[in-house]
Design a protein around this ligand. Sequence first.
Ligand SMILES: [Zn+2]
Length: 359
Amino acid sequence: MGVRLTGVLELPARLAALNGAARERADRLYEVRLVSGHTVPPPELEPWLATTFGSVAAVRDQTVVKVTNRVTLEATLFAPLRSRRPIDGAKHGRHLAREISAVEGDPFCHPETGTPADTFGRVRGTRVITGANAAMADAHHAVLVFDVHDPLAFDTETVVDLLRTGREWAERARRDDPDAVNYLLIWNCLWRAGSSIIHGHAQALLGSGSHYAAVERLRRDAAGYDGDLIEEMIAVHRSLGLTIDLPGGVVLVAHLTPRKERELLLIGSPGGEETDPPFADALARTLIGYRDRVGVTSFNLALWRPPLANAEGWEAIPPMVRLVDRGDPSIRPSDIGAMELYGTPIVGSDPYDLIEALR
Ligand SMILES: [Zn+2]
């Protein structure tokens, strides 16, 4: 055996090694296919290919792992060579820290005068204060502004207070609008992740009617499945070595069908709350590891949870956070292309590297 190239290429072998119920469960939930592609490089191109991709052979014969969740139809093409593609226009001289500090003194540095308030006022946490989003996307849409400017300067208390303050905001908004029960907390960190403001902040939305579409999709998929979908998804990931069990029944999962690079799922227990200390602490630990050990600087985060009231039919959906890396802020091409929007997302990173980095 040579050097272990990448763990995800061994996924079919790992599946084949499962026995009995574990094998049955994995086959019921996931389709995993290993496919190979071949190219014929001209000799003139060989030196460049060797430098860029490690070897000419790596370009000549390639392997892609296709994983599909048969129930949710989330799917990913793991193409390890993609992460080595050259990027035109990468500006290595730009320093993120300098760019962040250059806009210090922005409106979020003084949120009480720099953001509108909600009609009921503001919710003040220990590290986070709410404002109404100046350009609302729903009847209730808040910004949760951090007390420090640098969006990457968060610590455990920031994350715990974010969950607490976001939830308090939602409960407060619901008092004036009892039909608004669908609470969604999101955090777009830096411009690669879609953020227009650098200053550390998250957002909270509270909607009526159907839950936000992606959350409602999961509820429907779970309801239509003959079994406990979330529990079985966790079990498959665990049997394949892609989970970390944390205190209080919280599980960190390196996702088999990530939406994009290095996607993590942090899953609480059914009936639990995202503000429960084990879940909040696990999220803080995860985000700090994502930043410090994995080196992620730009990410999207979403908290999925059942509606705050009238949650019949949501019993099997625990609070969960989805978290995805949006790449190096100094790189110009978007990480999201037509495949991600209209096909199957292509991912270059390896979930096994990710889970190892966070152990
Ligand atoms: Zn600021």
